[in-house]
Ligand binder design. Structure first.
Ligand code: GLU
Length: 308
């Protein structure tokens, strides 16, 4: 069993990030597996290097240990992604897309059940001549053709899942017009090459598992098992965000004598103990049972940290 945590360092981690990290670590360690860390800093503009250093420091403070050194940074793995990208291109599965953001979001664009715009395939059948003409005006993104195919898998928490690639996703961008490789491609290559067998993350990425499973198969990797977690939400029902100061790990570290009250609070959120109680990650490990994780999103009161 090999688990992983793959944060995007676009800011200091917040309560939701460390809740995911701790859950992923517990799932991996509970089964005696290894645990890997990977920094998903694909977009160099959004991910300054110092946030990754903060992530290492915050995870160490929490008592979350990982087994891979040095930790891979996606920004340094472009040559690897390029190789797989060429492979897909040579298979004739990739085409240039010139659509602007405005064109993609026209009123009658098809939508998936979660509100995402599903690409209508506008650029799929451009002729060589049309491509040449459009290239003079705009750098294209690259899309991967997703077939009319159902992807089924059993999520370790949310149970049986089925997504139709064409209907729920449409052809996905695997390389942006500025040349940066897209999340769906990089995450699959990395999980595949690092030998990840268990992916634990928030359920906002549940539907992403479908194109990822398709890509794992296409690129010849084994598919990992998935366990998606309920999300942490505010009292207004919004997702906990980086701007919520009370959820910022820097703020929490400045308020707390050590990580134990926070680990105990997350253990409580994960349904492992009946009331928050200070403990270390190592003390929580023998108690952990993924079957006790709640089935619904978890509301975090605004003043929660005052009671830690
Ligand atoms: N880098 C993604 C994030 O921080 C997580 C990707 C994943 O777990 O697959 O939201």
């Amino acid at each position: 069993m090999t688990g992983r945590f793959a944060p995007s360092p676009s800011g200091r981690m917040h309560l939701g990030n460390i809740y995911t990290a701790l859950a992923a670590w517990l799932c991996a360690r509970k089964s005696g597996g290894s645990f890997l860390l990977r920094i998903e800093d694909l977009d160099p503009m959004r991910c300054p290097r110092n946030f990754a250093e903060q992530i290492f420091s915050d995870l160490e403070w929490l008592g979350i240990t990982w087994d891979n050194f040095p930790v891979p940074f996606q920004s340094e793995r472009t040559a690897i992604y390029e190789k797989y990208y060429e492979l897909l291109k040579n298979e004739g599965l990739v085409y240039p897309c010139f659509c602007s953001r405005a064109q993609l979001h026209v009123a009658d664009a098809p939508h998936a059940s979660d509100g995402r715009v599903v690409y209508a395939g506008t650029c799929r059948h451009l002729t060589v001549e049309e491509i040449r003409k459009k290239e003079k005006q705009r750098r294209p993104a690259a899309r991967l053709i997703l077939p009319e195919e159902e992807v089924r898998f059993t999520d370790g928490h949310f149970g049986s899942q089925a997504f139709n690639l064409a209907r729920d996703w449409g052809d996905i961008i695997i390389r942006r017009s500025d040349g940066v490789f897209a999340y769906q491609l990089a995450v699959t290559i990395d999980d595949g090459l690092l030998g990840v067998t268990q992916v634990v993350r928030g359920w906002d990425l549940l539907s992403s598992s479908a194109p990822q499973i398709y890509l794992f198969r296409l690129l010849g990797f084994d598919t990992p098992r998935y366990l998606h977690l309920p999300l942490l939400i505010t009292e207004d029902g919004a997702r906990l965000a980086k701007r919520d100061k009370a959820a910022d790990v820097g703020f929490l570290r400045s308020q707390l004598p050590g990580p134990e009250p926070l680990v105990g609070y997350i253990a409580y959120l994960l349904g492992q103990i009946d009331k928050p109680e200070a403990m270390t990650a190592t003390e929580l490990l023998p108690l952990f049972d993924d079957k006790k994780i709640p089935g619904h999103d978890i509301v975090i009161p605004g003043n929660y940290w005052e009671h830690l």
